[in-house]
Design a protein around this ligand. Structure first.
Ligand SMILES: CCCCCCCCCCCCCCCC(=O)SCCNC(=O)CCNC(=O)[C@H](O)C(C)(C)COP(=O)(O)OP(=O)(O)OC[C@H]1O[C@@H](n2cnc3c(N)ncnc32)[C@H](O)[C@@H]1OP(=O)(O)O
Ligand SMILES: NC(=O)C1=CN([C@@H]2O[C@H](COP(=O)(O)OP(=O)(O)OC[C@H]3O[C@@H](n4cnc5c(N)ncnc54)[C@H](OP(=O)(O)O)[C@@H]3O)[C@@H](O)[C@H]2O)C=CC1
Length: 516
């Protein structure tokens, strides 16, 4: 059976922003592999350090992620074209000759580039996520053959609400008025105003993504525009590699910290949804949405929540147990301590566990490092981890629900073959297996550890267990010795226990010497 979606992409030219990012790379790989007759994919890439856009692209296509497509289509890279530019520059910083070429060629545009840093100051976050999107809109208005413009937002853009529908909600300020104001405000003024502006949202990231959505309704309503809103993007479920992820963003960084035995406690609600969506699913959704935009030409701006909670709920409480189990099955190389972590919802208890299981051991370890003449580093490491935890605990401590009617309606329009190739909902995903593969993925792809060394890592984990048992035994004995030395009750208990043991041994001796 033929794929209508693959057929649609035949001889089409696609432009992608954010193609060097986590989601962008998976999108490009999938387009190449599942729509093999796509004519060309043009990637907006900013030069970095001494690397040109083309050199960055050459490096990306060599990565493991592209192994499958490399095997199926050895000359796939000929379809990829680096377009040097920068989202924050006027006209995206693209040269006039490149703009002219894009204007006559591009049929579909995927806009995924953004700053996903939670703690960026408001100005740079607005510049990239909102003004950058304006630059993309301006380009779209020039494209002669544009059939679909897919903007990637986040399911948390409207996290000031607990039930989020597939509609665009107005932000508290008009984005353009804010952009104008930010031009004359100095940084101190902006810093003071930021909490009032973002209101109930936890960070500038979610606020600026909400502004971008609203600004699109004002400036891009005449374009074939759709918005895709993924929740927490996690490692791939099935494609192109099981458990693939390559960065420390979102859950991946904290999973690594848990696997290394550093992360022991995090603020979170046990029963709240852990709305993780494997990266291959929003990538598939984007491809299908662009097809539908061109075929159905809807009059409004369709929004698609790409979330898991509504169809296959998974809770934070389930994650903690799975993390510990799988990081013990597949230990990371040289963990600091044995993996053991738990969510705590009570603030007081969280402070307590922070001191007992994070700060206390960190200070002790640094004292030890000083004693053996090494530079202390563990407290510093924990301070970084604490920053990451603080920036993320809003998402583990609240509960949201998202509607998914538009996504379901899109599935209903797709043929049977397309439903398989471009599956974008996580019905049928078995979370324990997914988490097992995610844990393996952090080891193989994020930390690039050698799987042949797994027996050594397991031996190291056993050594840590023996050290812990030894340490605990010494502590108990010392504690007991101090108690015996100081209190009469402890001495009496000790004598009672010793005499009971003695009597029990005597009884055993007598019963063994008496014949039947
Ligand atoms: C029981 C518990 C189970 C675990 C349970 C997991 C729950 C997990 C919930 C996620 C919930 C997200 C839900 C949002 C959904 C979107 O839309 S997410 C978009 C994704 N965005 C992100 O994840 C960005 C988050 N990161 C940031 O904003 C910034 O990196 C931070 C964390 C605020 C730190 O900023 P900074 O201090 O300026 O430092 P930066 O240079 O960025 O990083 C410092 C160090 O922290 C490390 N780091 C960065 N991110 C992380 C991270 N996520 N984890 C650990 N380390 C990190 C860096 O690797 C770096 O290490 P070094 O290279 O220095 O050794
Ligand atoms: N990760 C997640 O959990 C979620 C992500 N999203 C959304 O998905 C999209 C992709 O996120 P993700 O792939 O995770 O993010 P990444 O941080 O991995 O990628 C961001 C991309 O944007 C590019 N970019 C950043 N600044 C510029 C610039 N000035 N000019 C040109 N390109 C730039 C980056 O390029 P460079 O390599 O040069 O830095 C990179 O390709 C974003 O819109 C994000 O808001 C939504 C929900 C969750």
């Amino acid at each position: 059976m033929a794929s209508a979606i693959a057929d649609f992409y035949k001889e089409k030219n696609v432009f992608v922003t954010g193609a060097t990012g986590f989601l962008g790379k998976v999108l490009v790989e999938k387009l190449l592999r599942s729509c093999p007759e796509v004519e060309g994919i043009y990637l907006l890439i900013r030069p970095r350090g001494d690397q040109t856009a083309q050199e960055r692209l050459d490096q990306i296509v060599k990565s493991k992620l592209f192994d499958k497509v490399r095997h199926e289509q050895p000359s796939f890279h000929r379809k990829l074209h680096a377009v040097s530019g920068d989202m924050c520059e006027p006209a995206l910083g693209i040269s006039q000759s490149d703009v002219d070429m894009l204007v006559s060629k591009i049929h579909i545009l995927f806009h995924s580039a953004a700053t996903v840093r939670f703690d960026d100051p408001l100005k740079p976050s607005m510049l990239l996520n909102v003004v950058g999107t304006q630059h993309v809109i301006a380009l779209c208005h020039k494209l002669k053959h544009l059939q679909a413009f897919v903007h990637v937002s986040t399911a948390y853009a409207n996290c000031d609400r607990s039930y989020i529908e597939e509609v665009i909600y107005p932000p508290p300020v008009q984005p353009q008025k804010l952009i104008d104001a930010l031009e004359w405000m100095d940084d101190t003024m902006v810093t003071k105003l930021t909490p009032d502006l973002i209101g109930k949202r936890p960070n500038t990231y979610t606020f600026t993504k909400a502004c971008a959505e609203y600004m699109l309704t004002q400036e891009a309503a005449d374009l074939p525009l759709a918005i895709v809103r993924p929740s927490i993007i996690g490692a791939s479920w099935r494609e192109p590699l099981v458990g693939w992820c390559d960065n420390f963003n979102g859950p991946s960084g904290l999973f690594v910290a848990a696997g290394k035995g550093l992360l022991r406690t995090m603020r979170g609600e046990y029963n709240a949804y852990a709305d993780i969506i494997p990266v291959d699913l929003p990538a598939n959704l984007m491809i299908a949405v662009a097809w539908d935009m061109a075929v159905s030409r809807p009059e409004n701006i369709p929004v698609y929540n790409s979330t898991s909670g509504g169809v296959n709920p998974f809770r934070w409480g389930e994650i903690e147990g799975m993390l510990v189990t799988y990081f013990k099955k597949y230990p990371l190389d040289k963990p600091f301590r044995r993996p053991n972590c738990a969510f705590v919802s009570n603030s007081f208890m969280y402070q307590y566990w922070q001191i007992v299981s994070h700060k206390g051991p960190a200070y002790l370890y640094d004292i030890w490092l000083r004693m053996i003449g090494q530079k202390p580093r563990v407290v510093k490491m924990y301070n970084k981890l604490e920053r990451a935890l603080q920036s993320m605990d809003f998402f583990t401590s609240h509960h949201w629900e998202w509607s998914h009617d538009n996504a379901d309606a899109l599935t209903a329009k797709m043929g049977e073959e397309d439903k398989k190739i471009f599956k974008f909902d996580c019905r049928g995903l078995h979370w324990p297996t997914y988490m097992e593969n995610y844990v393996l993925g952090t080891k193989k792809y994020v930390l690039k550890e050698d799987m042949d060394q797994l027996p050594l890592a397991k031996a190291h984990l056993n050594k840590l267990r023996n050290i812990r048992w030894g340490f605990n035994t010494i502590l108990i004995v010392l504690f007991w010795r101090v108690l015996i030395a100081r209190t009469k009750i402890a001495r009496n208990i000790w004598h009672l226990v010793v005499s009971l043991c003695f009597k029990f041994l005597q009884y055993l001796r007598i019963s063994s010497t008496q014949g039947p």
